[in-house]
Structures are given as structure tokens and as C-alpha cells.
Design a protein around this ligand. Structure first.
Ligand code: PRP
Length: 183
């Protein structure tokens, strides 16, 4: 049985649970102000966005609807192609709706770039992005992101929805893994 002390696998904590919740609260305050008087549909990008979606939506002081999409690159190693397929589409008709796409990280930007283009074709009233993390140095395309928690260096991080081989998503903090984990 693996140790439940999975946080021990972090060699460096970038953001603690308290820091994350404070940042998510700041993002929520801006969203509350920007969408005052408007309906809001938050779209979470599975699977990594589950944590930030849960905390961001609960930090809002307003009604909000939530829906989810799951997308995947074609095959392995093709992420850089920017070709994405929909594994789970929205259950909601977004025409005329104010849509806020919620993700936990923007790396190359290819996933969100494709997703924004796809959602825009469905004639929403508006479509914006909120991401907790963004790696500017990894960007392969420019994606207009309205709400960014932190910009981080181009290094591999896990926790708070971010995985390594599907593990570590349930860490409360975000950090880098000890090299022994990869061996
Ligand atoms: C992550 C993240 C973004 C995407 C960002 O998802 O949630 O959707 O990668 O990468 P990009 O900017 O280079 O396109 P991932 O494909 O790892 O799936 P997951 O959310 O299920 O972990």
C-alpha cells in the first residue's frame, strides 16, 4: 500500500493550500464584479480543473451554472499539433450565454486555444478564460486569458488537480516532485 503522505513526494511547494484559496478568492471577486447583472455559465475542463472549479465557484457571491467538457489530443505526442477531440461535450446550449472556461493550467495554450475557437462558433454572448496557472515560457500560441492566478516558470508541477501519471491531483498544495518519483 502506498503511503498516504503523498505530500512527502513534493520536493518544493510553490503554493500552499492557503495561498491557493486566497488567490482563488481574489479571482472570484473580480469575476463577481465583471459579471454583475449577467448570467454566468462556468465550463470546467476535465479532469484537472475539478479542484479550481469547486473552489472558484464556491467563492463567488452569485448564482452560477456549471458544465464540463473533456478534451484530448489525438494519440500521444501530438499535443503540439493543437488537434483536439471532444471526449465529453457540454450538455448546455451556450448560444447567447456568458461563458467562463475554467482550467487549472495553460501550458502551450493549444488546448484552450482550440477550445475557445470551438466554443466561439456556438455563438455565446461572451467567452473568457480563468486559469489558476499559466506558463508564459511554454506558450506556442497566444490565448487571451482574462483571469490568471499566477504565472509560473516552465517546470512540471503537480497537485490541486495537476497530475503525474494520474496521481497527485488530490494534493492540497502545488509543487514539484522529487526526482526519485520519476525513477
Ligand atoms: C492540462 C490542463 C489543460 C491543458 C493545458 O490537461 O488541464 O487543459 O493540459 O495544456 P496546453 O496549454 O499545453 O494545451 P491535460 O491534457 O493534462 O488533462 P487533465 O486535465 O485530464 O490532466
Amino acid at each position: 500500500m502506498d503511503s498516504p503522505q503523498v505530500e512527502n513526494d513534493l520536493v518544493r511547494v510553490l503554493f500552499t493550500e492557503d495561498q491557493i484559496l486566497a488567490k482563488v478568492g481574489e479571482m472570484a471577486a473580480r469575476i463577481d464584479a465583471d459579471y454583475a447583472g449577467k448570467d454566468l455559465l462556468m465550463v470546467g475542463v476535465l479532469r484537472g480543473a475539478v479542484m479550481v472549479m469547486a473552489d472558484l465557484s464556491r467563492a463567488l457571491d452569485r448564482h452560477v451554472e456549471m458544465d464540463w467538457m473533456a478534451v484530448s489530443s489525438y494519440g500521444s505526442g501530438t499535443k503540439s499539433s493543437g488537434v483536439v477531440r471532444i471526449l465529453k461535450d457540454l450538455d448546455t446550449d451556450i448560444s447567447g450565454r456568458h461563458v467562463l472556461v475554467v482550467d487549472e493550467i495553460i501550458d502551450t495554450g493549444l488546448t484552450l486555444g482550440w477550445l475557445i475557437s470551438n466554443l466561439s462558433s456556438r455563438k455565446p454572448a461572451s467567452v473568457e478564460i480563468a486559469t489558476l496557472l499559466r506558463k508564459p515560457d511554454a506558450a506556442q500560441m497566444t490565448v487571451p486569458v482574462k483571469y490568471v492566478g499566477w504565472e509560473i516558470p516552465n517546470e512540471f508541477v503537480v497537485g490541486y488537480g495537476l497530475d503525474y501519471k494520474e496521481r497527485y491531483r488530490n494534493l492540497r498544495a502545488i509543487g514539484t516532485l522529487a526526482p526519485r518519483v520519476y525513477s
